[in-house]
Design a protein around this ligand. Sequence first.
Ligand SMILES: Cc1cc2nc3c(=O)[nH]c(=O)nc-3n(C[C@H](O)[C@H](O)[C@H](O)COP(=O)(O)O)c2cc1C
Length: 319
Amino acid sequence: MTFPVYLAPMAGFTDAPFRLICTEMGADGTVTEMISAAAVCFGDKKTFKLAAIDKSEGPCALQLFGHDPSQMKEATERLLEFYKDKTFPGSVDINMGCPVKKIVSSGDGSALMRDPELSARIVKSVRTVTDRYKIPLSVKIRAGWDKSCINAPYFASLMAESGASQITVHGRTREQMYAPSSDNGVIRDVRLAVDRSVTVIGNGDICCGGDALRMIQETECDGVAVGRAALGNVWLFSEIKYVAEGKIYTQPTVKERIELAIRLVRDVVAVKGEEQGIRESRGRAAHFIRGIRGSSAVRDALNHASTLDEFTEILYALL
Ligand SMILES: Cc1cc2nc3c(=O)[nH]c(=O)nc-3n(C[C@H](O)[C@H](O)[C@H](O)COP(=O)(O)O)c2cc1C
């Protein structure tokens, strides 16, 4: 059995260096961190930097968040213009699933699921731009707002009718945030509600090859997106493919894990500079070494490291 396996967008983590590693490990596609349409329209330079895609990366979608159809359209236009002489995104994705208070209180992210009519207008308006650039438009949603409003099947079919050709569904409501476990049933209901010409990607709690296979079998979705479990286990993409093809998968060695953590830190520092790169890498390296003997002491030491040399020395010492 084969099906696409994507890296889910994760703000603060899925930057260009991490996306490249995931692509090398078998991810069929990645997504930028979520980009604020308002900040793009404001001309914020940092936001454009965040949206940049490196030429060495594989297919990467641009993810936008916002709630104003004309602002979302303008931001798409500005960004696609910005990409013209750079690496272009494979598609544009609209964030309709982020549960974070700061985001939903502005009417963005999963707050949009409470206003299907407005969300449809956003999709139609962004689609006028993506059509001009001949790239697909997708949306990422949750099961619904809360247990009294699990509207993903209806919402997804409306987004598809409005112009989304792919829908990624995380099987939790906004109210649930990240617990209890994600519901494959709602992903199946979305697959049943939406025309077969529209791709449905299942998302939520995939931690191993078996989880991915179960999601495909239980929901008949067309592919899966992996989030948190990939943060320290980028080998998960190849694991899922091995398991789906019925092959035996071997876990990475401790040495491979540490070496890849070091590569990620080096790449992040190369892109963002030593100060920011080291600051951002502390938590990220910790994901890579979780469970290795001595890793908690190393995590503490990493919190005090301020240069790339110190950082890599501490990680090598784990070996
Ligand atoms: C730290 C973090 C940041 C995230 N940022 C985004 C984001 O920018 N855009 C988005 O659509 N989803 C975002 N998500 C949600 C994930 O894409 C995914 O839907 C969720 O983590 C469930 O998948 P998982 O169980 O495989 O982690 C984020 C999740 C986490 C944990």
